[in-house]
Design a protein around this ligand. Structure first.
Ligand code: AGP
Length: 600
């Protein structure tokens, strides 16, 4: 998705903007650009389709300025091209925009009817023109006027040579964070672009606007009511955004999982009552007992991790629970029940579909908790309470450590709710011990990487693969298929093993290998007979489970059966990663995908 960086201060904005844009590359983009107000008050703009490094290398030495905005674009309206790249300019005004302006056609037509010549095919270009046409004395008021005509979502940053040293930023559905420095200020769509310069940040809320000068900022609503913002401190180290010797962030993040799981567990297990403490829940035991149902919402891998969570909650706490894609839920006019607890899951905390589902729930009086990685993100702020993953920044598009940490956090929540309900102290202790064993067991799986890489290189020759699993293995199969298709582009379909004979068995042939999730649990015999059905039809079977079945099997260490869905996906992450490497794909930035989907 698109990225924004902005700076105003005594330094040269250009290196700060190019460095910041490079930090946002992981989000996915196709073009980049900068606009700076030179010390002599002129507007300098450079933008081009292609990489940030190429743009930076093309800048002449005289391209400098004390106030500036930068952008990485992920095309929505109009192909990736120099003209469609941001910033867009009208006279003295330059704007970068994330999001989608829904009434852009109408606004473009109006501007053109007034004789304005538009230089791009984008929805965003209307913004600088609307701002430049305002008669308001203050840039902030001109931006406000322009935004009042916009229908859609935006995160924007604006400079105007008539207002030297001033940046105006605004947010509606697309994140904007201010960074506070020493007599200099920053803004960005993602803290990743800021951590190198400052730890003190302020998250704008939807419908908020900020005027930023080197010595400070003021915030207000779109209807000009002043708002008060408390800065928060980013805890993540700058180094967390570096690949630290790994060829790909995806591999680095797979290997970070033992540490990420330890962080997710740290201080949360109670050895006395064999339960879990989750500080941010905002749910006392009486309220917890009154919950009749739990509905978990997320998109993509966050949804699959939510499905693992729903199963854990049903198993350990015996509260009916299910997961649904937030992207579907928000559009189906859901019935919101007072005694249902809703849980929104998101690594980025900015996924628009999930945020919209949370907003719809809150509007209808639903109680929503967040299971979120990015501290201070929109979803985290919108929820009534929640649990942070503490997985550290996840840069690769394919989610790995956040998926695993989400599953661990759900196990903690299920343990907590279970011990309030009927889970015995002995079972509580058993689950807690199982959770404590996870980091070491993940290490054991990671030690098998070479074998899994060889298997992946062999599987990379197929055009399509099937993933099957039963009950606890079903979300694992879905996540395995998701990982494979995202990074290797091999078609992958997940099916409940129990459903094979109701249709997909017709597909089985030597050309369609099946990856089967076969934990040693109460369903092992059932799973074995499914594998027999596949093999009888000459299908190749790769097993992920607790039994060594030779070359085409990966064995994971045994833990408590309820926690199987935490360990079993890890070989599948490695399988997907190494298949993508064997096929020479850009693993961290798969085609057509962005790290966080902040558009509707
Ligand atoms: C995971 O590998 C995907 N890239 C994607 O499905 C992702 O999980 C989804 O878009 C949700 O993102 P979020 O967790 O940041 O909300």
């Amino acid at each position: 998705m698109c990225g924004i960086v902005a700076y105003t201060g005594p330094g040269d904005a250009v290196p700060i903007l190019t460095e910041g844009l490079a930090r946002l590359e992981y989000r996915g983009y196709d073009s980049a650009g900068l606009a700076v107000v030179g010390r002599s008050g002129d507007l300098r703009v450079r933008k081009a389709a292609g990489r940030v490094a190429a743009l930076a290398a093309s800048l002449p030495a005289r391209f400098k300025g004390g106030t500036g905005i930068g952008h990485t674009r992920w095309a929505t309206h109009g192909e990736p091209s120099d003209d469609n790249a941001h910033p867009h300019v009208a006279g003295t005004v330059a704007v970068v925009h994330n999001g989608i302006i829904e009434n852009a056609d109408e606004l473009r037509a109006k501007l053109q009817a007034d004789g304005v010549v538009l230089a791009s095919e984008t929805d965003s270009e209307v913004l600088p023109h609307l701002i430049a046409r305002s008669a308001a004395a203050e840039l902030e008021d001109a931006v406000r006027e322009a935004l009042s005509q916009i229908v859609g979502t935006y995160g924007i940053a604006v400079v105007d040579t008539r207002h030297p040293g001033v940046l105006v930023v605004a947010r509606n559905g697309s994140p904007v964070v201010l960074g506070i420095g020493e007599k200099e200020m920053y803004a960005a769509s993602d803290v990743a672009a800021l951590v190198r310069y400052t730890r003190q940040v302020v998250h704008l809320d939807d419908g908020e606007l900020a005027t930023i000068r080197p010595d400070g900022f003021r915030t207000s609503t779109l209807d000009a009511r002043a708002t008060r913002k408390e800065p928060s401190v980013i805890e993540t180290e700058d180094a967390a955004y570096d690949a630290e010797g790994y060829t790909h962030f995806m591999r680095k993040e797979i290997h970070e999982q033992p540490a990420a799981v330890e962080r997710a567990l740290r201080g949360r297990l109670d050895g006395r009552f064999h339960t879990a403490h989750l500080g941010g829940l905002e749910l006392d035991p009486r309220e917890a007992r009154a919950i009749r149902r739990i509905k978990i919402l997320g998109c993509g891998s966050a949804y699959y991790a939510g499905q693992v969570g729903a199963q854990l909650i049903e198993e350990l706490a015996r509260i009916p629970a299910d997961a649904e894609p937030a992207s579907e839920f928000r559009y189906r006019n859901p019935v919101v029940e007072a005694d249902t607890l809703y849980i929104a899951v998101s690594q980025s905390g900015e996924t628009y579909d999930t945020l919209a589902a949370v907003q719809e729930l809150r509007r209808k009086g639903g109680r929503v908790l967040g299971v979120v990685n990015a501290v201070g993100s929109a979803i985290a702020r919108e929820c009534d309470g929640g649990i942070y993953l503490h997985a550290g920044p996840e840069i690769a598009v394919a989610s790995t450590k956040a998926y695993t940490s989400t599953a661990v956090v759900f196990a903690l929540l299920a343990l907590h709710l279970g011990r309030i309900h009927d889970l015995s102290p002995a079972d509580g202790r058993r689950i807690a011990e199982g959770l404590r064993a996870l980091p070491g067991q993940i290490e054991e799986i990671l030690r098998q990487e070479d074998r899994i890489a060889a298997l992946a290189a062999d599987l990379a020759k197929y055009r399509s693969m099937l993933f099957v699993g039963r009950v606890r293995g079903w979300p694992v199969a879905r996540e395995g298929a998701q990982k494979l298709k995202e990074v290797s582009y091999i078609h992958a379909e997940a099916y409940p093993a129990s459903e094979l004979k109701h249709g997909p068995l017709a597909l089985i042939s030597p050309d369609l290998p099946a990856v089967a999730i076969v934990p040693d649990d109460e369903l092992l015999d059932k799973n074995r007979s499914t594998l027999g059905e596949i093999r009888a039809r000459h299908g190749r079977v790769i097993t992920i489970g607790h039994t060594d079945a030779g070359e085409d099997s990966v064995v994971v260490p045994k833990n408590e059966p309820e926690l199987d869905a935490i360990l079993l996906p890890i070989p599948l992450q490695l399988l997907a990663y190494h298949a993508a490497v064997a096929l020479d794909h850009d693993v961290d930035k798969p085609r057509n995908l962005a790290k966080s989907v902040t558009v509707d």
